[in-house]
Design a protein around this ligand. Structure first.
Ligand code: HEM
Length: 210
């Protein structure tokens, strides 16, 4: 039986599965680098071994989670402003990996800072505002990660699902606030994240108005 020639749009999207594989590799790379620097004596990163692995884990996973959250937020502006509609195919991966690194970040705090002792964990959350804010950000990420599948989109319906996933905005705001709050002086990185977030929120508002 003769097969129909692929349409222009289907041919145009042939590269997407390959791009997805490349993105998986890129998104797993920070975890691999961390593993290498801590367990493999920096064999794959030029002998870049660390003295304080816990500090490195918290720094590395916290920053990676925040960057991925912001990249996820940048997808809609890119689609609307540049017409890069294909980017929607990658948004879910940014979100899932943001959750993965945020969970590594939180688990490292549970294990290394508190040895999984619930009493001190609750005490810390209630006593330090920036920890409370981080906790809120992580807890809000959980329903988004759980409902990120096609099955959940069907179950909830597009409208409800979209409304739930608008939570990503407060989540990013809380994540940036968590970082800003813990630094005594205004340091470069949290300020950069704040500027990026403000720009993304402003663009979103502008697009909505239009
Ligand atoms: C239960 C929730 C959380 C807890 C308990 C927590 C705890 C911590 C701790 C202990 C640090 C290290 C502070 C220091 O250097 O002394 C930290 C840093 C940080 N956290 Fe969290 N965090 C939480 C959630 C999050 C989430 C959800 C994000 C991202 C969305 C995040 C992003 C960051 C960032 C970017 C840093 C700064 C890392 C650096 O450059 O030093 N945290 N957090």
């Amino acid at each position: 039986m003769a097969t129909l020639p692929p349409t222009l749009s289907s041919r145009k999207r042939d590269w997407i599965p390959y791009a997805k594989i490349a993105l998986w590799i890129a998104l797993l790379a920070p975890a691999f680098i961390l593993l290498d620097r801590i367990l493999l004596l920096g064999q794959f990163s030029g002998g870049n071994f660390v003295d304080d692995p816990v500090e490195l884990i918290q720094h590395w996973t916290g920053n990676t989670a925040l960057i991925l959250l912001l990249l996820g937020l940048a997808v809609t502006p890119m689609r609307r402003l540049l017409g890069w509609n294909w980017m929607i195919r990658f948004r879910r991966l940014f979100g899932l990996f943001a959750f993965f690194y945020a969970t590594m970040h939180v688990v490292s705090w549970f294990v290394f800072d508190h040895q999984l002792a619930l009493g001190p964990i609750f005490k810390d959350v209630l006593e330090r505002n920036w920890i409370l804010v981080g906790m809120m950000s992580w807890l809000l990420l959980i329903p988004l990660a759980v409902t990120s599948t096609v099955g959940w989109i069907r179950r909830l319906g597009g409208k409800k699902w979209n409304r739930l996933h608008q939570l990503v905005y407060p989540i990013a705001i809380l994540g940036v606030l968590h970082f800003l709050w813990q630094t005594k002086l205004l340091e470069r990185d949290p300020v950069l994240y704040t500027v990026a977030l403000v720009i993304l929120l402003a663009v979103r508002r502008w697009i909505r108005r239009k």
